[in-house]
Design a binder for this molecule. Sequence first.
Ligand code: 13P
Length: 251
Amino acid sequence: MRKKVIAGNWKMYNDIPASVKLISELKKNLAGLDLKAEVIICPPFTSLDTAKTLIKDSAIMLGAQNMYFEESGAYTGEVSAEMLKSTGCQYVILGHSERRTIFKETDELINKKIKKAILSGLNPIFCVGETLEQRENGTTESVISTQVSVGLSGLSAEDLKKVIVAYEPVWAIGTGKTATPEQAQQVHVFIRSLLRKLYSDEAAEGVTIQYGGSVKPENAALLLSQADIDGALVGGACLKADSFTSIIKSA
Ligand code: 13P
């Protein structure tokens, strides 16, 4: 049985006081619950250290939203895997569509980051997904196939155990347009079939595949009831403790 994983991607929201407030409320909401899902929050870099202290006595785990693949050096503005580890991160989101489109990250760059994350003991949350144009011209599968095979290139089956894949159709991110549970399930099955080809049945069955894109308390249960949807990567709805809690409870 794959464990369900609910992760909150805060994006570029919340300064330190707002982070303290959100985490404190979330902790209060989750205290005493018999959690069936793993819960991860991914605040901006500036709030990671504060978050590390606040979540110490809770089940919440910490992730970052990006990193660079070099260990150290003259890379102004970048943050390394080791730095993230030292601030308590166990996860890092890589290949998010906002990184791909706004910051021009390529599959090759994302692959280097994934390899470095694993080598450093971080678990990548590896995002893939098609744009509306790609869906409409029927290239969803070929786009995702390239993203998955290049992104995971050079990883062993053992490495793959550390990876969470997040299917985030770009047209559903921040738009209020959610993929239907059937649409999402179909792509999740396709991703798992790719993993089966690249690795093995056993390896593919073990990979947690999250869905992301306008996940809300109202649609979470139905999405999460699909056989191959093993969790959610939540944007907007994770910025309020109550709506994030409700999504966690759906899992
Ligand atoms: P929304 O939930 O706001 O659509 O964002 C999804 C996302 O990009 C999570 O990484």
